[in-house]
Design a protein. Structure first.
Lengths: 348, 348, 120
């Protein structure tokens, strides 16, 4: 395909979406509502995100984001095989954000959804908030100097709130108990036919300490980390990217936010490169999540390192197997050792 | 001496166009215009430009200018010998083309020269001939199917013509008898301090058979190979690129023509990928060069193969020494192994 | 491996320089990002060529000690993984962890040496 026809295709897709959104905002905000500045944001190939403003008849302007499934049918190579089972649909993702917002978690409002039809794939629309989501910038830029010391506490508090949502209020979600998650990751590693003594040690270590995981079951965000947080000058402004939401042990989220991969070099700040574990746990307690023991958190940190390493390997084997050749994916494969190294520092 | 400098207010094309208009006015008359000035791809060590002169009388003369590079660079030297390639200046090169042409060698006409001043480096002009100079195309394209069987004979004939030039009529040039040339390359190779047993064997083999080199001493083209000849559908149309010319044993040119690297995969055709040694030697005899013995041509084929290997190493080390970092040079460096292999097939 | 120069490491270095000096400055967006990724990948290859042999030898020595048997890297790593899974290494935990930590540190030194040192 030549560059020109690609461009035309993108233009046509934008025009069609503009028409769809125009109809939809008129339904939601009343006749005479228009849209402006529809533009596709960069980002994953597995989801489309679009930015636009709704212009209400009374002159009010609503800055919005649309997140929808990709139009071109594709397999979820971005997420890992098997973990794809964790990926929820757009309706569920939007619904989880609404529920989280209702219990006091900072999240963008989700005013309406988009059903799949002959013109569009399914999606949801959320409020476009001001703030920074890039982990590295949150840690480096002066604009967030005052926000950073508050973030660990705020992240703990926010997590406690969505972890406590009664499960009977949640939409249907995949369920992944810790023992199954462990088996799943081991099976993934086994499928590569590449012995990894370090990960083997982690599986063994985690398996022997399963009771440390705890037995709570609740809504797990599934990718709760610096990189999926929207931060403004005052601190946490929004928890984003709920597509890996599932039912499991909520402490999983707390271990995940502490692994070194999201510290972007600020290794002395265990929580996302911006905070201390005590602040995270204090916030969690203040949010009503109870006091989490350091032992339990430690278990989930080791689990998180292992999981990150396995994700890296999975991406590399996406390339090695020829499913999707990519210098980026094959390079991420070598980052598996970062997870391996970190967990070996954590275990005894 | 006046040194040519690039005027920063003009592009290289503009400055050269001014130079050319001046120069051509004095040859073809005031009002001579130039058209289609374009720099041809090719070595960084020389500039080659193609253009048409539009004479005041309406005539059109397609021309080529070859001049020294405007960004002055120093030729790589070994023990005082430039580039190991005995490069001559542009005046000498143009003069040699004129002399070769007069002696019956197909060569482009050199109508006039370009003197160095503050606007240009020295160079010479040739009439632009129709034909193909790319070795691979000469061997592959149907257009030259009738030409190919004639080429080896024609090339032998052409060589005999310029080898027969009276030494007294030649411009001043460096001369290297076989023994000295051998020593020259030996010195270069030693300077790399990298043992090469195959080349070592080649040097020893050649030194022991120096008497086979013959004792004639004439003009040598110095880079007489498929790639430096212009071919049209009738066969040899011109011998190009005389900048490596020097005085030496004439069979060096014939042996060089037989090195495998210029066969572009057509390895069964020893002469440039298009012909047989017998045809080459028949042509040489027909052109008045006498009958070269198989031993002598074999000696110079071995010599040429070794020389090409050393030249590959020179380029490799031009990169390695940091003189000019280039992925191309680095890659060519490893082609020395090809010549080492060829050498082993040639030697007993 | 032949001793001809440019050797493998020098060739990879030349390609890496080509990418960083001639390609990276002239591309944007995804292509620029992937160029940086490619440059990093080649740097891993260069470090592996330079240090990998010694690391392999040391790892093999450690594995032989730990498992008290002979073999090559692949076989012994497979055996070690199996033994950990079966719980057979539990009585040698300190030696095992020391080996695993050293091995992972070596791997990081090749894959991303800044990971071991970077602060801020």
């Amino acid at each position: 395909m030549t560059a020109d026809t690609t461009k035309n295709k993108a233009e046509i897709q934008t025009e069609i979406l503009a028409a769809v959104m125009h109809d939809r905002v008129a339904q939601v905000y009343g006749p005479g509502t228009g849209i402006e500045g529809l533009v596709r944001l960069s980002g994953g190939a597995s989801r489309e995100t679009w930015s636009f403003d709704a212009l209400l008849p009374d002159g009010e302007r609503k800055p919005l984001i649309l997140k929808r499934d990709p139009l071109d049918e594709q397999t979820d190579t971005q997420l890992i095989e098997g973990e794809v089972q964790l990926g929820v649909d757009r309706w569920t993702e939007g619904r989880l954000m609404q529920l989280a917002g209702e219990v006091g978690v900072p999240v963008p409002e989700v005013p309406f959804f988009l059903d799949a039809d002959e013109r569009t794939s399914a999606g949801f629309v959320m409020q476009r908030l001001e703030g920074e989501a890039l982990g590295r910038r949150i840690l480096r830029e002066d604009a967030y100097a005052k926000a950073r010391p508050k973030l660990a506490f705020q992240c703990g508090e926010a997590a406690a709130r969505f972890h406590n949502i009664p499960t009977d209020r949640l939409p249907a979600l995949p369920r992944l108990p810790v023992a199954e998650a462990l088996d799943y990751n081991r099976n993934v590693v086994d499928s590569f036919h590449q012995p990894h003594a370090g990960f083997e040690y982690a599986f063994h270590w985690l398996r022997e300490r399963l009771e440390l995981a705890g037995d709570r079951v609740g809504l797990v965000h599934g990718d709760y980390r610096n990189g999926n947080l929207l931060v403004d000058g005052d601190g946490l402004a929004g928890v984003l990217d709920w597509e890996l939401g599932h039912l499991g042990n909520p402490l999983n989220d707390l271990g995940w936010i502490c692994i070194r991969a999201w510290r972007y070099g600020y290794y002395d700040k265990p929580v996302g490169g911006f905070g201390e574990v005590d602040d995270l746990l204090d916030g969690y307690e203040a949010g009503g999540g109870g006091r989490v023991s350091r032992e339990a958190l430690h278990f989930w940190e080791v689990f998180g390192c292992m999981r990150w390493g396995v994700i890296c390997m999975t991406l590399a084997f996406t390339h090695i197997s020829g499913k999707e050749r990519s210098v980026e994916k094959v390079s991420i494969g070598r980052r598996a050792v970062e997870g391996e190294y970190d967990l070996l520092q954590l275990v005894d | 001496m006046v040194e040519a400098v690039q005027n920063p207010d003009l592009t290289a094309d503009q400055q050269l166009a001014d130079v050319l208009r001046d120069r051509l006015a004095s040859e073809y008359g005031d009002g001579t215009e130039i058209e289609g000035l374009v720099r041809l791809s090719g070595g960084a060590s020389r500039e080659t430009w193609s253009f048409d002169a539009l004479k005041p009388d309406g005539g059109r003369q397609p021309l080529i200018l070859k001049r020294d590079p405007m960004d002055r660079q120093v030729d790589k030297t070994f023990e005082g010998v430039p580039e190991g390639r005995l490069a001559v200046d542009r005046l000498t090169e143009g003069r040699l083309i004129q002399l070769a042409g007069a002696a019956g060698t197909p060569a482009p006409t050199v109508p006039f020269f370009l003197s160095a001043d503050e606007h240009t480096t020295p160079g010479f002009f040739t009439h632009r001939l129709e034909g193909e100079a790319l070795g691979r195309r000469i061997l592959r394209e149907d257009a030259y199917a009738n030409a190919r069987p004639k080429l080896a004979f024609q090339i032998g004939h052409a060589a005999a013509c310029f080898h027969g030039l009276d030494l007294d009529t030649l411009p001043e040039m460096r001369g290297l008898p076989a023994a000295e040339e051998l020593l020259h390359y030996r010195t270069i190779m030693d300077s790399f301090q990298q043992p090469h047993a195959g080349f070592e064997y080649g040097f020893r083999w050649l030194r022991e058979r120096l008497e086979a080199a013959g004792n004639r001493y004439t003009l040598n083209h110095g880079d007489f190979r498929n790639g430096n000849i212009l071919v049209d559908e009738n066969g040899l149309a011109g011998v190009l690129d005389w900048e490596s010319a020097h005085l030496g044993n004439p069979s060096a040119d014939l042996g060089w023509m037989c090195v495998r690297s210029w066969r572009y995969g057509y390895h069964d055709k020893v002469v440039g990928g298009f012909g047989d040694v017998t045809e080459l030697l028949d042509g040489y005899e027909a052109g008045g060069g006498g009958r070269i013995s198989p031993d002598e041509i074999h000696f110079w084929q071995v010599f040429g193969t070794l020389r090409w290997g050393i030249l590959c190493m020179i380029l490799g080390f031009t990169h390695l020494d940091g003189e000019q970092r280039s992925v191309e040079y680095a890659a060519i460096g490893r082609r020395a192994a090809e010549t080492e292999h060829d050498l082993m097939l040639l030697l007993d | 491996m032949p001793t001809d120069r440019p050797n493998a490491a020098e060739l990879v270095e030349a390609v890496r320089e080509f990418l960083s000096d001639h390609i990276a400055p002239n591309v944007e967006g995804q292509l620029a990002f992937h160029t940086r990724v490619a440059i990093n990948a080649l740097a891993i290859v260069e470090r592996t060529i330079a240090q990998g042999g010694a690391m392999d030898a040391a790892e093999l020595d450690r594995l032989k000690d730990l498992l008290d048997r002979d073999g090559n890297l692949e076989d012994l790593n497979e055996e070690l993984s199996r033994a950990i899974r079966a719980g057979e290494m539990d009585d040698r935990k300190e030696a095992l962890l020391a080996h695993l930590r050293q091995t992972s540190e070596d791997k990081i030194a090749l894959a991303n040496p800044r990971y071991l040192t970077k602060r801020g």
